[in-house]
Design a protein around this ligand. Structure first.
Ligand code: HEC
Length: 125
């Protein structure tokens, strides 16, 4: 017998797939605290937001869910793992930016200060 789409989602949810549970809206996908409002950012975080707009916003949403070319970075440091399953920490994110990751192009020439400011901003998401 062919299961309906919803039935299949249900059985996957029962099997413990949190993504599917999210899709069904049964539990909080949005259980993380919201990003710091832009008008409450420190000077460094505000500079980091500008770096984000310049170097990342083409491919990533920062303040909303959903993928663009890459996964949304909303709540990225509030979750234990990045999209790939790698730990969400500055070392890993710095490496991703400088060396790229699969379809994400490397940005090896990013100014170290810009990178620091950017990381500070990403922590507010
Ligand atoms: C040209 C598009 C593009 C740009 C520009 C871009 N990214 Fe990405 N990014 C991607 C794609 C595509 C992925 C998914 C890569 C994969 O398959 O794992 C990704 C993945 C990531 C990940 C998740 C890595 C992981 O281990 O899961 C982080 C964090 C990230 N990008 C941050 C950034 C930041 C910060 C910037 C700005 C400096 C940026 N990206 C710029 C396309 C882009």
């Amino acid at each position: 017998m062919k299961l309906s789409y919803v039935e299949r989602l249900r059985s996957m949810a029962a099997a413990g797939s949190s993504t599917v549970v999210c899709l069904l809206g049964l539990t909080g996908c949005h259980s993380y605290p919201p990003p710091t409002p832009l008008d409450q950012l420190t000077a460094q975080q505000t500079r980091g937001h500008e770096v984000f707009e310049q170097h990342c916003s083409l491919c990533h949403y920062d303040r909303s869910d959903g993928s663009l070319h890459g996964p949304s970075l909303l709540s990225m440091y509030k979750k234990p793992y990045l999209h790939s399953g790698a730990p969400a920490n500055d070392d890993r994110v710095t490496e991703t930016i400088l060396h790229g990751h699969n379809l994400m192009p490397a940005q090896p020439n990013m100014d170290p200060e810009d990178l620091n400011d950017l990381l500070a901003y990403l922590h507010t998401l």
